[in-house]
Design a binder for this molecule. Structure first.
Ligand code: BGC
Length: 362
């Protein structure tokens, strides 16, 4: 938490310093994947708040989960003369064409939250530490399991999103030793069972598992997949269960489905994004945990990165992410696990959301 705020403060200080010494406006184009998910509305809101004082002009466009809409959004922004493109791709690979077009126009390309893959034309990656998001899920589930043979249901994000792999990789790092030693038994993926003794999975191996357990980041898909898994499960695969939920929206859909099965006695389920609806679920005991990815931090970091590029400088990086063609520099932001125990401190006392948005908060 402290680290997150330190990053936020230094990014704001950087912006203030720049605004005070340079009044020219920098144009930034921001493209987000969809308005259908609370996550990206949060990013939009936080961008709007931060842009009031950032001294840059920026426009936010949404791509309606459609790569061709995303491409035309980028073209519109390039026509308007942006200097920096901040792009969160619908599909990590398809977005390469937009990055290439931006580069051709002399525009710096910043991948935002999701990596743009398969092109050399990505200048920076502004992201959370997504491996640690997955690791936090794994740690949580491991901490709640005792004895042997606990039923584990795995779910993942969309295979077109590079993050789905990083999240799964992080989760596997914690869960695999506990699957190998019999603490957990995987209930819903033959591919994951096949690979249960392998500590480190290749991208192809992860793809084979994700192919079976993907929600496509879509709550309707998550629900129908959970229903199918429960229909196929035998009695010994029910009772007290553990569920790897890949984000809040899909976790709520999966949780609601498990909650209505009379043979499920209890479930523990993970998530991410700190959606308001999921914070309420956590307070009510209907979702076990979420991972707070403080969008204020990511937004501040995206704006600071854009300003640095516009000044002709190079943003500081602490690690790189391989996008299949190049190593893309990045400074991943820390994430915070949220359960009933720290929900008030992490979500309300931190100023992320007001207490009035929730009921039953202790
Ligand atoms: C983001 C998550 C989000 C998911 C679905 C991922 O790339 O990192 O925060 O829940 O996409 O939109």
């Amino acid at each position: 938490m402290k680290k997150t705020f330190a990053v936020l403060i230094s990014a704001l200080a950087l912006m203030a310093a720049f605004v005070s010494c340079n009044n020219s406006t920098i144009q930034v184009g921001i493209v987000l994947p969809t308005k259908d998910e609370e996550r990206w509305i949060q990013d939009q809101t936080r961008f709007q708040e931060a842009l009031k004082t950032a001294g840059i002009t920026a426009e936010v466009l949404f791509s309606e989960k459609d790569s061709s809409k995303e491409k035309s959004n980028v073209e519109t922004l390039l026509t308007k003369g942006i200097k920096v493109l901040v792009l969160c791709p619908v599909d990590s690979a398809s977005a390469a064409a937009s990055a290439d077009a931006a580069k051709k126009a002399g525009v710096k390309v910043v991948a935002y939250d999701r990596l743009i893959t398969g092109t050399a034309n990505v200048d920076f990656y502004v992201t959370f530490d997504s491996f640690n998001v997955g690791a936090a899920w794994g740690e949580y589930l491991v901490s709640k399991a005792s004895g042997q043979g606990n039923n584990l249901y795995l779910y993942a994000g969309a295979a077109s999103d590079n993050n789905a792999f990083i999240f799964f990789d992080g989760a596997w790092s914690q869960l695999q030793p506990k699957i190998a030693d019999g603490t957990f038994v995987i209930a819903n993926s033959a591919e994951a069972i096949k690979l249960k003794d392998k500590a480190q999975l290749t991208r192809e191996e992860m793809a084979s598992i994700i192919g079976q357990i993907t929600t496509n980041w879509n709550p309707a898909d998550a629900k129908s997949k959970a229903e199918a898994h429960l229909t196929a499960a035998n009695a010994s695969q029910k009772g007290d269960v553990f569920i790897l939920g890949p984000n809040d929206q899909t976790a709520r859909a999966i949780a609601d489905t498990f909650a209505t099965d009379k043979d499920i006695k209890s479930y523990k389920i993970t998530g991410q994004d700190a959606d308001k609806a999921s914070i309420q679920y956590i307070i009510d005991g209907k979702q076990s945990m979420t991972v707070l990815k403080d969008t204020r931090t990511l937004v501040a970091s995206a704006i600071a990165t854009a300003i640095t590029f516009a000044k002709g400088e190079t943003p500081a990086s602490s690690k790189t992410y391989n996008n299949g063609v190049v190593e893309v520099p990045s400074t991943p932001a820390e994430v915070v696990s949220v359960t009933q125990d720290n929900v008030k401190a992490a979500i309300v006392d931190s100023g992320y959301y007001p207490a009035a948005d929730f009921t039953g908060l202790q």
